[in-house]
Design a binder for this molecule. Structure first.
Ligand code: NAD
Ligand code: UGA
Length: 478
């Protein structure tokens, strides 16, 4: 039997639900897609007439949404209605690390996923394919299926039938549209071949057949956690070597190039930086740690946990190094921070290395001027748990000693670097590589410092200027 999908409902209008459904809508004009969310503000932003106000910044997303919204792509809070009309429901809600109870600090909190399963069990009509799009611990499909099966037994739902598929998402923020339009692979796990075919047919509208992988459902769930763990592992590996480079006279970029040309290693994901951030790497590895312990494999758990521990150590290593280079104290010193998002081309700050580094510096009394092209002030205030102090922006000579541990937004790197002791690059936004560093270095209080944790500044140019320069993993001047 061929199952035709005409109506999709996606629960969760976040960084995954929004872009993923926008691409499916664009590639499959005959399928009507309703993206639903509990969060009214988020849905209003998705429906905003001004495409600059979409809740997520992602290159190319505004064009896609403007093309499809109102035609076959809709955003709403009417969860019940759209679940009941759907042939296929994607669960794309958040799965953060559990904050309390059993497994706190490691296991994924599945309360939002369970709530979705219950909503689907209650409102779905007829046959519905439920697709796990969120990243979930292996065996979660069993929980979803149990909830759905229980609903099938209720007499008024006797015509309701469900199949559950795992279809994890591999997009990376900032490249989401490209990743979705030209994926390395699409992974579909499940045991009902007709349901698998129905989802495969949707992707076949733009993804070549050889890129659509079918596995059993548990392999699919575990492959997603494993992919993130392997990627994060490469970053901790290269950052650990970067630290060694700084003390041995080696240069991590040269080491990365040398090892990356080995086709077994490959050149991608070897950029040393301020430590991995983002909503998923840490959470997914900790989930893997929890699962390994749960299944009686503590050695496996310890191996993966060390990747997260190295990352945490590395972020604090950078703050400590900055403080040490600024004569052991940053108290009352003006420091410009360039970049707050966890990577370029996104407004997402979840687990951004900038949060820990800025908190460390504020704790030590530094006065921070923080810039990011896409992250708004409220978000920075929430992340630092500290209100911006606008007094700092008053354009007159002020004594920064009076503002220890305060921060404000940096508007213009040229004028706002006057009298700063240091500039620290934390996110690899392209505009930071184009800064006139000669002008900035002249503005700094002497002896000034430029710290580049992303290796995007023109090192050769800066090394000739009257300024001290540190960049990640570069021991070549030591
Ligand atoms: P997000 O927090 O941006 O979005 C999740 C949305 O789900 C929120 O808007 C929330 O209000 C909504 N929600 C929660 N429970 C709901 C319910 N019962 N009914 C309706 N709406 C509900 O999260 P995200 O970044 O989009 O991540 C979603 C999942 O995808 C996670 O499991 C994550 O690990 C995974 N993932 C994320 C990325 C990424 O780049 N962010 C990439 C691949 C996979
Ligand atoms: C990551 C994965 O790349 C996606 O495949 C996955 O779908 C997603 O997690 C998820 O499950 O959420 P994302 O976190 O959006 O995507 O971004 P990445 O490009 O992977 O970067 C993660 C962090 O690692 C960033 O802080 C980035 O700056 C850092 N990074 C990345 C490095 O420090 N060096 C590198 O070489 C690459």
């Amino acid at each position: 039997m061929i199952i035709e999908v005409n109506n999709i409902c996606c629960i969760g209008a976040g960084y995954v639900g929004g872009p993923t459904m926008a691409v499916i809508a664009d590639k499959c004009p005959n399928i009507k897609i309703n993206v639903v969310d509990l969060n009214e503000e988020r849905i209003n932003a998705w429906n905003s007439n001004n495409f600059d106000n979409l809740p997520i910044y992602e290159p190319g997303l505004d064009k896609l949404v403007s093309r499809c919204r109102g035609l076959n792509l809709f955003f709403s809070n009417e969860i019940e209605k759209h679940i009941s009309n759907a042939d296929m429901v994607f669960i794309s809600v958040n799965t953060p690390t559990k904050q309390k109870g059993i497994g706190a600090g490691k296991a994924s909190d599945l309360k939002w996923v369970e709530a979705c399963a219950r909503q689907v069990a209650k409102f779905a009509k007829g046959y519905t394919i439920v697709v796990e799009k969120s990243t979930l611990p292996v065996k979660t499909a069993e929980v979803i299926k149990t909830i759905l099966d229980a609903a099938e037994l209720v007499s008024e739902n006797k015509n309701n039938k469900f199949d559950v598929l795992s279809n994890p998402e591999f997009l990376s923020e900032g490249n989401a549209i490209k990743d979705l339009e030209k994926p390395d692979r699409v992974l579909i796990g499940g045991d009902n071949i007709e349901a698998i075919n129905a989802l495969t047919q949707i992707y076949r509208n733009w993804v070549p057949e050889n890129k659509i992988l079918h596995t059993n459902i548990w392999s699919s769930e575990l492959a997603k956690l494993t992919a993130n763990a392997f990627l994060a592992q490469r970053i901790s590996s290269i950052n650990s070597i970067g630290a060694l480079c700084e003390t041995t006279g080696a240069d991590v970029r040269e080491v990365a190039r040398a090892i990356g040309t080995d086709s077994r290693i490959g050149s991608k994901f070897l950029d040393s930086g301020p430590g991995f951030g983002g909503s998923c790497f840490k959470k997914d590895i900790l989930n893997l740690v929890y699962l390994s312990n749960h299944f009686g494999l503590p050695e496996v758990a310890n191996f993966w946990e060390s990747i997260v521990n190295l990352n945490k150590w590395h972020q604090h290593r950078i703050s400590e190094l900055i403080i040490k280079k600024l004569f052991g104290t940053v108290s009352g010193k003006k420091i410009c921070i360039l970049g707050f998002a966890f990577k370029a081309n996104t407004n997402d700050t979840r687990e951004s290395a900038a949060i820990n580094i800025c908190k460390d510096l504020i704790e030590e009394g530094a006065v921070l001027f923080i810039h990011d092209p896409k992250v708004d002030t409220n978000q920075i205030e929430n992340d630092l748990n500290k209100k911006e102090n606008n007094q700092l922006q008053i354009n007159q000579k002020i004594d920064y000693m009076d503002f220890e541990g305060e921060w404000c937004s940096l508007k213009n790197i040229q004028s706002d670097s006057i009298d700063a002791d240091a500039v620290i690059v934390l996110t690899e936004w392209e505009e930071y590589s184009l800064i006139n560093w000669e002008e900035v270095s002249k503005n700094l209080r002497k002896p000034g410092w430029i710290f580049d944790a992303r290796s995007i500044t023109p090192a050769k140019v800066i090394k000739k200027l009257d300024v001290n320069f540190w960049r990640i993993g570069d021991g070549s001047d030591s």
